[in-house]
Write a protein that binds this ligand. Structure first.
Ligand code: SF4
Ligand code: FES
Length: 250
């Protein structure tokens, strides 16, 4: 089948203004957007820049906007986007600078991730376990959906608040914070919540849900942000996770 692409091109080294270039390539009916781009680069225009690695919706590197919606190019079939053979518009992720064509600069996104301490912090006073640090299976299962984040930045691109305030941490970083704040092996919950409970963090989210709609892994960052807000409020009121006053405060 023929896939028609309209691709946003931009090469700052040439001092170009961004422009749109049209391509048409023959690909199998099962072809993804990424397959179509690879066909363009191999057969038509070797100068076209885009990222990919795993081709299996695992690494997150091929995220881009497809007809205005943030998606993984390797997970999106061309025929599903344009069943009648219409043109498909491809643009880099929004809310990030563009390096070239469909390649976004991810550094601002990763910096915000790092700001929420996206790793396990263990109190040196905590007694050493005999083997590895373990978490109850029920809690691990509850974290399951948050753990599946591949840091593709589709949610960040979709977020209308990041679009108007680039200081906002954004949905992915806050989702990561929620994941670690609920991990019983971690001892930095209070430190992490202190970092994110301000007007460039939690309280900046307007619960628009675009992040949830465009996350390719089915994660709901808006819900994670709501959970974090609840944690902060409960901590300030001296309540435990179930909403009861903590024993030491009674
Ligand atoms: S929450 Fe979803 S959209 Fe956002 S970075 Fe993680 S996988 Fe990508
Ligand atoms: S190439 Fe890895 S997620 Fe698409």
């Amino acid at each position: 089948m023929e896939v028609k692409l309209r691709v946003r091109r931009f090469d700052p080294s040439q001092g170009d203004e961004a422009y749109y270039q049209r391509y048409a390539v023959e690909v199998p009916p099962s072809a993804t957007i990424l397959d179509s781009l690879l066909a363009v680069r191999e057969r038509v225009d070797g100068s076209l820049a885009f990222r990919c690695a795993c081709r299996s919706a695992i690494c997150g590197s091929c995220a881009m906007r497809v007809n205005g919606v943030s998606r993984l190019a390797c997970k999106t079939k061309a025929i599903d986007v344009a069943p009648n053979g219409g043109e498909i518009t491809l643009e880099p992720l929004a809310n990030l600078p563009v390096i070239k064509d469909l390649v976004a600069e991810m550094a601002p996104f990763y910096e915000k991730m790092r700001a929420v301490l996206p790793w396990l912090v263990v109190d040196p006073e905590r007694p050493e376990p005999e083997r590895e640090y373990l978490m109850e299976p029920e809690r691990a299962l509850r974290l399951g959906h948050l753990v599946s984040c591949i840091q593709c930045a589709a949610c960040y691109s979709a977020c209308p608040i990041v679009a108007i305030d680039d200081g906002y941490l954004g949905p992915a970083a806050l989702t990561k914070a929620c994941r670690y704040c609920q991990d019983t092996r971690d001892d930095a919950r209070a430190q992490r919540l202190a970092r994110i409970a301000d007007e460039e963090g939690l309280w900046r989210c307007h619960t628009v849900f675009s992040c949830m709609e465009q996350c390719p892994k089915g994660i709901n960052p808006t819900e994670a942000i709501q959970q974090l807000k609840k944690m902060v409020i409960f901590d300030r009121l001296g309540l435990d996770r179930s909403g009861k006053r903590r024993k030491r405060d009674v």
